[in-house]
Design a protein around this ligand. Structure first.
Ligand SMILES: [Zn+2]
Length: 139
């Protein structure tokens, strides 16, 4: 059954917008935290607040990086579909068709489930350490 690329594009564009919004929100929080930890550094008595703020900022920074990578991937796939250069819905590792249900859940996926399962370990770690929404954005 051929993949409905129009529908896929709709899902991908929605995901793109959602990622852009999340990056903006995180970026604003990141800037606030950077400012807060800088302010703390100027105080005569640096408290635990300062180091906590710094740790949060680093986590936030890597979250932003992950979301930006996810955004780049979504954009790459949108371009590929629009240019006709991407065989959308075909696993880029083994060449098998990716099931429609999976594409509806993860329109940006370029791997079938068996090929993807090699990355499951990393995914589980992310789900444990970050919120599931973020992990879902990446995988
Ligand atoms: Zn595969």
């Amino acid at each position: 059954m051929p993949i409905d690329t129009e529908k896929a594009l709709g899902l991908l564009l929605a995901k793109e917008n959602w990622l852009i919004r999340d990056i903006q929100v995180l970026d604003q929080e990141f800037r606030k935290e950077i400012k807060a930890s800088t302010d703390n550094r100027h105080r005569t008595d640096p408290t635990d607040m300062a180091s906590t703020g710094h740790a949060n900022s680093s986590a936030r920074h890597s979250q932003i990086g992950q979301l930006k990578r996810a955004l780049n991937k979504v954009r790459r796939i949108i371009q590929g579909i629009e240019n006709g250069t991407l065989d959308y819905g075909i696993c880029e590792k083994c060449g098998e068709e990716i099931p429609d249900g999976r594409l509806e859940l993860y329109p940006e996926t370029t791997l079938c489930v068996p090929c993807k399962s090699g990355e499951e370990r990393i995914k589980k770690r992310l789900f444990a350490s970050q919120n599931g929404r973020l992990a879902a954005a990446i995988f």
